[in-house]
Design a protein around this ligand. Structure first.
Ligand SMILES: Nc1ncnc2c1ncn2[C@@H]1O[C@H](COP(=O)(O)OP(=O)(O)O)[C@@H](O)[C@H]1O
Ligand SMILES: [Mg+2]
Length: 363
């Protein structure tokens, strides 16, 4: 039987200096700020994240905390913890070059003969997390608000049908039509919310197939012919048959073209024109296909143009409500185009019309 090999000495016991260097390297690699304060309220340990976040000078070690930070809550937390209280948690809106929201936990460190009584502060930057939380709440509030209108309408008219159905067949027909229209609006809205959430969570795995853009354009125009005719618009497709196939997800491209066409129809007054054009273009990354969805409609003022791709953003809420949109269509289009490796642009002038350009890689 052989003896187990002895562990090399050096591995068990690192020399003092090496240990100190390792300790410093570990602290500096951390993304949270770390600070240790002694019983005379001096800063005795700091890491890089702390100095960056609180904008402290490299010479901060050994200095009184009160001279380094201007925040009563933080100073009080350290004083109390050093006086024997339990851990403390504070929030600090720190204003330097940028404003950051900091979440700081202060805890006592075990007493030691050598260094006495100390407290540790861990500083976490929660700005981005709070921003995400705020955006999620805002999204839920917007979505609920949009859902409320059709639901209230359907409920109200359904109650009328139950309690006192109109005797006049024309009035009765109008109630049925309203319920049907609001139910369709609800359906569209739920579909869009699902699309947004799937796009956002990257749960939507987009295929990269060779897709015939001309076929997609013709299919969408056919699907929306009735709406275009009802609005008194002429819709033309000028997509050369010889165009190379685009490399993308067919269903996603249907949604992109469908949404842009629907907007062009919705926001163009009677007698206007809508055109779908496509051409092959040379991009820095290789050849691409550019689709233009152009209308002679109401146009979009310059100050609104960067914002129309945001969720729930509508230039004219009153008008958009009338035509039934929640402001999600372009957010979905933008998300899909980005995920397909393409680019999206808008050119528009109020009263003249708008052109949305979608550039997609070819197969
Ligand atoms: N072709 C267009 N012409 C004029 N305005 C448009 C056009 N397309 C989009 N918009 C504006 O951008 C907003 C956002 O569009 P979208 O996200 O599709 O929402 P929705 O169509 O549901 O209102 C619209 O409410 C409208 O104000
Ligand atoms: Mg739309």
């Amino acid at each position: 039987m052989s003896e187990p090999a002895a562990e090399p000495r050096g591995r068990r016991q690192l020399p003092q200096q090496v240990r100190a260097n390792l300790f410093g390297a570990v602290l500096d690699a951390m993304t949270d700020g770390v600070m240790v304060v002694d019983d005379r309220m001096r800063l005795v340990v700091s890491n890089r994240a702390l100095r960056d976040t609180l904008v402290l000078p490299p010479t901060c070690l050994g200095q009184p905390l009160a001279q380094l930070v201007d925040h009563d809550g933080l100073l009080r937390a350290f004083t109390e913890v050093l006086a024997g209280s339990g851990p403390r948690q504070i929030e600090w809106t720190h204003k330097a070059f940028v404003t950051r929201l900091l979440d700081i936990a202060v805890v006592p460190l075990p007493d030691h003969d050598y260094w006495g009584h100390r407290a540790l502060g861990v500083v976490r930057d929660v700005t981005d997390r709070r921003q995400t939380e705020r955006m999620q709440l805002e999204f839920i509030a917007n979505a609920s608000h949009e859902l409320r209108t059709p639901v209230a309408s359907i409920l109200g008219w359904a109650e009328t049908l139950v309690d006192a159905p109109p005797k006049d067949p024309r009035k009765l027909g109008a109630v049925h039509t309203t319920i049907h229209r609001q139910a369709k609006r609800l359906h569209t809205l739920l579909d869009q919310l699902l699309d947004v959430s799937q796009l956002d969570g990257e749960r939507w795995n987009l295929a990269t197939d060779a897709v015939d853009l001309a076929a997609v354009c013709h299919a969408q125009v056919t699907a929306q012919r009735e709406a275009a005719e009802a609005a008194g618009l002429s819709v033309t497709v000028a997509v050369p048959e010889a165009l190379p196939s685009v490399l993308c997800d067919r269903q996603a491209l249907d949604l992109v073209v469908g949404n842009l066409l629907q907007n062009a129809i919705k926001y163009t007054p009677t007698g206007g024109r809508v055109e779908l054009r496509a051409e092959s273009v040379a991009e820095p990354g290789g050849r691409a296909v550019r689709l233009a969805v152009a209308d002679s409609g109401i146009g979009i003022a310059e100050e609104h143009q960067p914002r129309i791709f945001e969720r729930f953003y509508r230039v004219d809420k009153g008008r958009a409500r009338h035509v039934g949109g929640a402001g999600l269509g372009l957010a979905i289009v933008a998300g899909l185009v980005r995920r397909m490796g393409g680019a999206l642009q808008v050119h528009s002038a109020v009263g003249k019309g708008s052109t949305f350009l979608v550039t997609l890689p070819v197969g």
